[in-house]
Design a binder for this molecule. Structure first.
Ligand SMILES: [Zn+2]
Ligand SMILES: [Zn+2]
Length: 290
């Protein structure tokens, strides 16, 4: 393993969510919405293998965050962390065989993995529990907050150089779109998702606290585009902005050596924001937010 630190999204959106944070001595996987095969391929494109993972942290039990967890847990020995409410909901509905593999996050709401400290903050969402995360190791500090329109107080992410912030939908596109009314209501509710406008206000607050880079995440394929999300958030946030691709790697922070990339892996890996053309093609698939 090299000493290079980075924070990357392996997938982000209503289909699958998975992030990796590599520090000097720790590899953390946040959420496991991708298949084991895709997770492995995308980790390899970053110079990692699944057996290097030191811990998996699940933000909440929705399928776009846990679909790949059973196979992942079978193939690696690392602990899987969830809050108690998330654990109970998950094992009741689909993860019974994993009950001995999951470690519940204690009341201190903090996880220590080697030199990394992961702080959690419960946020409203239509799941049993949903957490935002702040990951600190040495001088590096990153944040992740998706699947909620009510993020933690901005001070929670104090010291983070880069934060993944949900920017799920453009309100006009959602209102005029083809989703059923009850689903529109659910998405816009306090237990739904963050709009571009919400992300813009939040990003501005994070920018005021020194956050240099925001990766917009969990963009709806139906009710948003990277262009609109970037324009809306960029109107209030002056730092670096990028959009996480729905189904490929997006490097949010850190540097990768060219030696990490093989030709075949390069196709799988996207370190720039997704193009509107690609998103429009994918938007033909009708995907409901999970
Ligand atoms: Zn969710
Ligand atoms: Zn989700």
């Amino acid at each position: 393993m090299t000493g290079t630190d980075f924070f990357a999204s392996l997938a982000s959106g209503s289909k699958a969510n998975c992030y990796v944070i590599k520090t000097a001595d720790t590899v953390l996987l946040i959420d496991a919405g991708l298949s084991f095969r895709k997770t492995s391929t995308r980790l390899m494109s970053l110079g990692l293998t699944p057996d290097m993972i030191d811990a998996v942290v699940i933000t909440h039990e929705h399928c776009d965050h846990t679909a790949g967890l059973p196979m992942l847990a079978k193939n690696i020995n690392a602990p899987v962390y969830m809050t108690e409410a998330c654990y109970l909901s998950y094992i009741r509905s689909k993860g019974f065989d994993l009950r001995n593999r999951i470690t519940q996050i204690g009341t201190q709401k903090e996880i220590r993995v080697k030199s990394s400290v992961i702080e959690t903050f419960s946020v409203p969402h239509d799941s049993a529990d949903c957490i935002a995360l702040k990951i600190s190791s040495g001088s590096q500090c990153y944040g992740i907050c998706t699947d909620t329109p009510v993020p933690p107080p901005p001070d929670f992410f104090h010291g983070c150089s880069a934060v993944a912030v949900e920017s799920n939908y453009d309100p006009e596109m959602l209102k005029c779109g083809s989703y059923p009314e009850n689903l529109k209501y659910r998405i816009m509710s306090r237990c739904g998702h963050m709009s571009n406008d919400g992300a813009a206000m939040y990003a501005a607050e994070l920018g005021n606290r020194g956050c240099l880079r925001i990766m917009l995440c969990h963009l709806s394929l139906e009710n948003n585009t990277p262009e609109i999300a970037r324009r809306t958030v960029g109107s209030r946030y002056r730092g670096e902005l990028l959009c996480a691709a729905p189904d490929s790697v997006t490097l949010c922070a850190g540097n990768l050596s060219d030696t990490h990339f093989s030709k075949s892996q390069e196709k799988e890996t996207q370190t720039k924001e997704i193009t509107p053309t690609k998103l429009t093609a994918e938007a033909r698939e009708r995907l409901l937010p999970c």
